[in-house]
Design a protein around this ligand. Structure first.
Ligand SMILES: NCc1ccc(-c2ccccc2)nc1
Length: 244
């Protein structure tokens, strides 16, 4: 997979050279290219923003530098086009399902906005030749899209075949297995600062362990994410209906 990231702070994305994503890049599973948006400005101050039409506080990112940056990263006459991801608080939610979908793409490009965002015509124009997804990684406002890109890239890269050691561990994670939150995990020692590992996990009885883990997942989901529990209940209910 090729990844292109355009930002006025490309050094923010240096974290992509670390750990899992860095390993994937070194092993050729990921081909990461970082670009400084100011490379496509030509005035003395390398201006990327201007005042918003219609008034209001803050500044908006100018369309020209973005148009030229995307033309350079993904030439219109090129043999293929990337899927463009624009992190924004106004985007559709980023989910594990979308992470799996993006992991199947051969080429992703990320546009990191700053200020109040990017002139809306940039995404509209890009959509004339590439798929554009405005994506939110959560209901809060950051100072820019870079942190969101780190979230999306990590969630996607770890799904690529060969990137993480044991693909089986992907199946049991929160938000990817049965729709419930993950159960609590423990390791040695069996007793630590007055806190003991639940006896069932030391029993060696795999059936009881599996039952305990499922019950803990349901309990946690009910406590922390009742929305997911409702969806899970409906899904399980449907499955039961199918069986009958
Ligand atoms: N959903 C998280 C998120 C993503 C992007 C931004 C953002 C903030 C300022 C400018 C451009 C993007 N904020 C929050």
């Amino acid at each position: 997979m090729r990844l292109d990231v355009v930002s006025i702070f490309p050094e923010y994305l240096a974290a992509l050279d670390l750990s899992l994503v860095g390993k994937a890049a070194k092993s050729g599973l990921l081909d990461v290219h970082l670009h400084d948006l100011r490379e496509w400005t030509y005035d003395r101050h390398r201006t990327v923003d201007d005042t918003p039409y219609g008034g209001g506080a803050g500044m908006v990112m100018k369309p020209d530098p973005w148009g030229e940056a995307l033309d350079a990263v993904a030439p219109a006459a090129g043999p293929s086009q990337p899927r463009l991801i624009v992190p924004t608080p106004a985007g559709r939610p980023f989910t594990q399902e979308l992470a799996y979908e993006l992991a199947d793409e051969p080429w992703l490009a990320f546009a990191c906005g700053r200020y109040e965002g990017i002139d809306a015509r940039v995404a509209a124009h890009a959509a004339e030749r590439m798929r554009v997804d405005e994506i939110s990684v959560g209901d809060y406002v950051l100072n820019g899209g870079e942190v969101a890109v780190l979230v999306i890239v990590e969630a996607v890269a770890r799904l690529l075949p060969g990137v993480i050691g044991n693909p089986a561990s992907l199946a049991e994670e929160s938000h990817s297995g049965d729709g419930l939150l993950e159960y609590p995990v423990y390791t040695k020692p069996p007793s630590w600062r007055g806190h003991d590992v639940p006896d069932v996990l030391l029993s060696g009885n795999h059936k009881l362990v599996a039952e305990w883990r499922h019950d803990e997942s349901v309990r946690r989901t009910a406590e922390r994410r009742p929305d997911l529990l409702a969806a899970w209940g409906a899904a399980v209910g449907h499955k039961a209906d199918e069986v009958e």
